[in-house]
Ligand binder design. Sequence first.
Ligand SMILES: [Zn+2]
Length: 146
Amino acid sequence: MKSLRTKAQGWVYFLYDHYFQEDANNDLTDFIQYFKIEGFANEPEVYIKTTNEGLEFGYIATRWDGYMVLLPPGQYKKHLLPWSSIKLMNKENQQERILELLMKTINTRKRQYRKCQFCGEKLATEHRIDDNICHSCASKYLGVVF
Ligand SMILES: [Zn+2]
């Protein structure tokens, strides 16, 4: 089985060949691509997108409003690689740096997951009431009303 890092690296190369080559002539104004953390919990997604400042790295997570109503998933920014520093690097260094920030983002997201003590499910922060109890089990076993 391919390691997560190998998969992430393959994805960075893919993005590079398809979008980031100087001669690719792509309009990167609204560029956003998602990478699924395969084989981990509910396979959450991280993203890379372009902004005016540079390449932004982040993850996608469920959002709730104050009354626990589900909102469309949100983007949570973790890192930025400024255009000014991208320009100073050669292709290999750029790919290396992009992979490094992508892995950091993936690991940040993974660290937000904990096993629920009741159902044993591995869930992200936004689906738990605390470190050890998920929302559904909090309703079911603790009578918490959302
Ligand atoms: Zn649970």
